[in-house]
Design a protein around this ligand. Structure first.
Ligand SMILES: Cc1ncc(COP(=O)(O)O)c(C=O)c1O
Length: 382
């Protein structure tokens, strides 16, 4: 059933986004807008740096609070969360901890992975891994194609939860059953879904999950989070490491390598403190609104965008099943970069990616935002 308004106070959250006074941000698949709360978090760090010179206790407290906020978002424990500077780093740390010798050496990944994830897997080939690609067919990634590729040689099943190009959302529960059925690990890149729907790593039986915060988590670049299922943690010893991965980072002993008992063993160097403070605030907004309340509003906005685009003669790239997609609705166009630039001149932020222009509203968006964007897009394309 399509809803006509969200279950939360939309206007209250819109009032926290100054940019809405002058623009329509429909680029949330790329970067969500600044809020008064995330700005205050950045200011608080800058003030403490300026006034106190350094405040390691307070700053590390901010980092731990961000870890806990992310854990809450995905229904995990803070002990199962590591902090990295990017998804690329998080995936590299995990890849470095997995052995690819012997019979079990295949990594089954889709062609719809964000390039960096594919690159991290390919970089493991000199270590004995062999990457096997699951095709993107008809703009979708089918579970059956994963099933055909997974067998007793599979070490890792790698899945992007939301396809960055057109928002197609994979069925993680089905992929977890397939992976575990043949003794493999399921590693998920959830960058494009976190903040848009409930992602419960326990219910979905995911082994490893990574995501950053600048898209639908209202944050900034320079920080990413890595979930590792509790039972796996002490089996994994990464070769990409640093002093924050130690049992006691402040032992200052270069001659011994031990491992934190928790997922903190996957941390590397000095944490990205200002980014963590902002991330905590951004994820905090999403946790406060609630992913389960956000999801139906995003489905309604997606339906409005798909129906409205088709009615205006636009060609959709990807599924029109709004229960199987992220907020990103992609329309085909010839020169997507030029379209993005022309929309920006009209105060509308969209996101070009190859053959499509991506329109990605978020929990604070309205039907009116979608209509005005589609009208402008038609004008620009004409
Ligand atoms: C699905 C997905 N994964 C990963 C990334 C990027 O990861 P990183 O943090 O390594 O830049 C993006 C976008 O930038 C993305 O859309």
């Amino acid at each position: 059933m399509t809803i006509v308004r969200p279950s939360y106070d939309l206007e209250r959250y819109r009032a926290e986004i100054p940019m809405l006074r002058s623009a329509i941000p429909m680029n949330n698949c790329s970067h969500s807008p600044q809020t008064t709360r995330t700005r205050a978090a950045a200011d608080a760090y800058l003030d403490s740096w300026n006034e106190r010179g350094m405040d390691w206790d307070g700053w590390i407290g901010d980092v731990e609070a961000a870890r806990a906020e992310f854990a809450r978002l995905i229904h995990a424990s803070p002990d199962e969360i590591a902090i990295a500077s990017s998804v690329s780093e998080a995936m590299s740390v995990i890849a470095s901890a997995v052995e690819f010798g012997g019979e079990r050496r295949t990594i089954v990944a889709s062609e719809g992975e964000f390039p960096t994830v594919g690159h991290v897997w390919l970089a493991q080939e000199p270590r004995g891994a062999a990457v096997q690609w699951v095709p993107v067919r008809d703009a979708k990634i089918e579970v059956d194609d994963y099933a055909a590729a997974i067998d007793e040689r599979t070490r890792i099943v790698s899945a992007t939860h939301g396809y960055f190009l057109n928002g197609y959302r994979q069925d993680l529960g089905a992929l977890a059953s397939l992976a575990h059925g043949s003794g493999a690990l399921l590693v998920v890149d959830a960058y494009q879904t976190l903040g848009t729907c409930d992602v419960d790593v326990k219910a979905l039986d995911v082994d490893v999950l990574a995501g950053g915060v600048l898209k639908y988590l209202m944050g900034v670049p320079g920080i990413a989070f890595l979930y590792v299922r509790r039972e796996l943690i002490d089996q994994l010893e990464p070769t990409v490491t640093g002093w924050f991965g130690r049992a006691n980072p402040f032992a200052f002993d270069a001659t011994h390598l031990d491992w934190a008992a928790t997922a903190r063993r996957f941390d590397t160097g000095t944490p990205p403190i200002v980014n963590a403070a902002i991330a905590r605030a951004g994820i905090g907004i999403i946790n406060e609104v609630g992913p389960t309340c956000i999801a139906p509003w995003i489905e309604a906005l997606s339906k409005h965008c798909i129906d409205g685009g088709r009615a205006r003669g636009l060609t959709l790239h990807g599924t029109d099943d709004v229960t199987r997609k992220t907020p990103n609705t992609a329309f085909l166009c010839n020169d997507s970069h030029a379209v993005e630039t022309a929309l920006r001149k009209r105060g509308i932020l969209a996101s070009a990616r190859g053959p499509v222009i991506r329109l990605a509203p978020h929990f604070y968006s309205t039907f009116d935002d979608v209509d005005r964007t589609l009208d402008a897009l038609v004008e620009v394309l004409a």
